[in-house]
Write a protein that binds this ligand. Structure first.
Ligand SMILES: *Cc1c(COP(=O)(O)O)cnc(C)c1O
Length: 465
């Protein structure tokens, strides 16, 4: 399998290179040159596989010859051994609502499904080439801890995660800072999330710095993350359909960077019988407006909501969809993105807009509705939804049989849950005792110079020991 850029500016590369590259060197996102097709008989056979077996089948198609199948199987086994549920992503049906629980990994959010695998892939590929990688990222909450848990203790990887001091939830902060492995470096910057993100961007744009240290990113743009997320669409379909290729299933995905729902789109293009795919957004509704109008227009500000992992203006994976929507016409994608950069909006033609409406449903859900959904689901069945999942459940109201992706454990969002039902959700073992554990974190001014100095000093200290 070969990978190319959505902006058409690089020669095709193999899977390993695509994973290590993250972002394509022309600024675009990497996409496979073709999407594999799964025939109905094969879908039927796949429907009885375990999550890990299914992950191996799906990954083999995208990895190609780059990693021996036996090694890939071993990487997958190891990645999902950290999940506490034997089914990895179980489908439950409290009160008849179909919920696909994606939060049984080490940080109790769905990002573990992809980042546990990505960490092991990085390690494997670095081992093979004899290289090292320095991962740098900024987080407003969930991604940082999932990335840290993905690479903790890995020899050839150092990870630096910046978070805005005092502006992530106490649980989220503790999830990151209580990981004491020597390769994990938490930095609390005295500023906002945007400050932290701007610092990371400057470091990636600092060419001398970049060439001195091999920098890597773990944000939503790595193709391996999309690949890992397609697996649970296949898995859920198998559970609901019993393997009948005639049986179409709808899905609802709480959406921020468009990674999760885009994985569903890829699964559908692979031949998985998906009926409707619902993009569920909160008040930050740029994607919902796009589906309704064909215009992707950046709003005035990012609103803070009860579903903070979805408080995003520009969805980083959207570019991949634009590419497929325009049948791989990279020039068209570049022109549209140039419109977006210049004017803050882009518009697709009426024909393409019709295609968008065929591909997706969309709904924006307010905080009030989110709370109502948590309350009513709890009232009907005793089941507690996290606020992100509640957005997805609410958005799928017109599709009572849809599978709703549960993206985080409700105990991570105690405040919203308490507002809805008067108490917090019981904590899973991974979140227990966090407040009492030893923690480690450096606090820095929110300047590029301060962070750069800290990174250089830390890496220099590491290389002599
Ligand atoms: C990241 C995240 C989302 C949004 O997922 P995308 O792939 O960015 O669309 C939704 N819910 C939770 C809990 C998350 O952590």
């Amino acid at each position: 399998m070969r990978y190319t850029s959505t902006r058409g500016g690089i020669p095709p590369v193999g899977f390993s290179q695509a994973v290590m590259m993250g972002l394509a060197t022309d600024g675009g996102l990497l996409v496979p040159t073709e999407i594999p097709w799964i025939a109905p008989e094969r879908l039927r056979a796949w429907s009885t596989l375990s999550f890990q077996e299914l992950a191996l089948e799906v990954s083999t198609l995208f990895v190609g010859e780059d990693i021996a199948r036996e090694d890939l199987g071993e990487l997958i086994e190891r990645s999902y051994a950290t999940f506490t549920h034997p089914e990895v992503t179980p489908l439950v049906e409290p009160g008849g609502v179909r919920i696909l629980e994606l939060f049984h990994g080490p940080t109790a959010a769905f990002k573990d499904v992809a980042l546990q695998l990505l960490g092991n892939l990085f390690e494997y590929l670095l081992e093979r080439e004899g290289g090292c990688l320095n991962i740098i990222g900024a987080t407003s909450g969930d991604t940082g801890s999932a990335a840290i848990y993905g690479v903790r203790g890995k020899e050839r990887i150092q990870i630096f995660i910046l978070h805005p001091k005092g502006r992530v939830s106490p649980i989220q902060e503790r999830q990151m800072t209580t990981v004491l492995d020597a390769n994990v470096h938490n930095i609390a910057v005295r500023g906002t999330f945007d400050d932290a993100q701007d610092i990371v961007k400057s470091l990636f744009n600092d060419l001398p710095f970049k060439s001195a240290y091999r920098l890597g990113a773990v944000n939503s743009i790595n193709w391996a993350r999309i690949l890992a997320q397609t697996v649970y669409y296949f898995y859920a379909w198998g559970r609901v359909s019993g393997g009948d290729p005639e049986r179409r299933v709808s899905f609802s995905a709480p959406t921020g960077n468009f990674g999760d729902v885009f994985a569903g789109y890829v699964a559908k293009r692979m031949g998985l019988p998906i009926d409707r795919l619902v993009i569920a957004t909160n008040r930050n509704d740029i994607l919902t407006r796009f589906v309704e109008t064909g215009v992707y227009a950046v709003g005035e500000q990012v609103y803070q909501t009860l579903s903070p992992a979805m408080d995003i203006q520009i969805a980083s994976n959207f570019e991949r969809y634009l590419y497929y929507l325009h049948d791989g016409d990279a020039e068209r994608v570049r022109a549209l993105l140039e419109d977006l950069r210049r004017t803050g909006r882009l518009e697709v033609t009426a024909d393409r807009h019709e295609q968008v409406r065929a591909d997706f449903d969309a709904a924006a859900v307010s905080d009030q509705e989110t709370l109502e959904q948590i309350r009513s689901t709890h009232g009907a069945s005793g089941y507690i939804l996290c606020p992100h999942t509640a957005v997805g459940v609410r958005a799928a109201r017109g599709l009572p049989e849809a599978v709703c992706l549960a993206t985080a454990h409700p105990a991570k969002f105690g405040e919203a849950v308490t507002r809805a039902i008067g108490r917090e959700a019981p904590q899973p073992p991974s979140l227990q005792g966090l407040m009492e554990k030893e923690s480690r974190c450096s606090e820095l001014e929110a300047t590029v110079a301060a962070v750069k100095g800290h990174l250089e000093a830390t890496l220099a200290a590491g290389s002599v020991s």
